[in-house]
Design a protein around this ligand. Structure first.
Ligand SMILES: [Zn+2]
Length: 305
């Protein structure tokens, strides 16, 4: 089984995994609930219970298979989780526990960086030395490639674009700050605005349907969100001069019209030289599979498969 890697995406709600071949094909994706409140050693037991039979079924050896794992709020510099918002593992987390169940080549990385590595290996980041991937979900995560290197910063938590300020007078952010990109442009932020306007909670799917049918209040909310979105992108472009910014995640299923709103605002606020040779695109990797592919790319891109 030298031609496959195992990609594992550990999220606050679900843990997804699959074997992935060197062409980036998902072999058979599986998932189970993460149970965020359980102790970390219990999670490791359950991970093994789900993955070992799967590997056996595919004639893969858990002792040899290269394994890449994406985790929220993980610092690859410190080898620790740093204040993960939806997991209670900060104290008892240990990389060695993963190594015990996957003794072959193993690599862990922060999930936002994993998304960028996935884009670099199989997505719109191929051939780009300088690009930024932004994952818009419940929160906003990002990964930055600069001269072909993933930017980690001194503590492994660089590139937290979700927490740059887009509105100094803005809404409180879950991190404790205020007016952050994430507190204005994430799926959660849009849902909150819609709930205020409608007097009831709508699912994001319902919101997208209303958007497609041009519901005026929903269009207004997306127009306002696009303004803050463009301010966030502007700061990244002025600092890093990327060739591309790649938008991914469930928040981008809204479609081309929302992307056009953001582009229009960007034309107004951008540092103008940063707009030449630049493109703003939506990821071509599926939301469901992108995280697994990125995790597998952690070990595939280093030539272990
Ligand atoms: Zn924040």
């Amino acid at each position: 089984m030298k031609s496959y890697a195992l990609g594992i995406d550990i999220g606050g709600t679900n843990t997804k995994f699959s074997l992935v071949n060197a062409r980036g094909d998902i072999i058979e994706a599986q998932h189970f609930r993460t149970e965020a409140s359980e102790a970390f050693p219990n999670f490791i037991d359950r991970l093994r219970e789900h993955v070992y039979p799967y590997l056996e079924r595919h004639h893969a050896d858990y002792r040899q298979i290269p394994v890449g794992i994406g985790l929220p709020n993980y610092s690859s510099v410190k080898g620790k989780l740093i204040a993960p918002p939806n997991l209670s593992w900060e104290e008892d987390f240990s990389e060695a526990s993963f190594k015990e169940i996957f003794p072959g080549y193993l690599k862990l990385e922060n999930d936002a960086n994993v998304a960028a590595i996935g884009e670099k290996t199989w997505g719109q980041g191929r051939g780009c030395s300088d690009f930024i991937s932004i994952t818009v979900g419940t929160g906003i995560g990002s990964g930055i490639f600069c001269h072909d290197h993933l930017l980690t910063g001194s503590s492994g938590i660089a590139a937290e674009a979700g927490h740059i300020i887009v509105n100094p007078e803005g809404k409180p952010c879950k991190c404790g700050g205020r007016g952050h990109f994430e507190s204005h442009c994430s799926v959660r932020a849009i849902k909150d605005e819609v709930a205020k306007a409608f007097g009831e909670e709508l699912s994001f799917h319902q919101i997208v349907e209303h958007f497609k049918h041009e519901e005026p209040r929903i269009l207004d909310i997306f127009r306002d969100t696009a303004v803050y979105f463009a301010i966030g992108l502007q700061q990244l472009m002025a600092l890093f001069s990327p060739q591309k910014i790649i938008l991914a995640g469930g928040g981008m299923v809204v479609g081309e019209r929302y992307l056009d709103m953001i582009k229009k605002e960007l034309q107004t606020v951008a540092y103008q030289p940063s707009l030449s040779d630049f493109s703003l695109v939506v990821s071509e990797l599926s939301v469901a599979e992108g995280a697994i592919l990125g995790a597998a790319a952690l070990v595939i891109s280093e030539g272990n498969v």
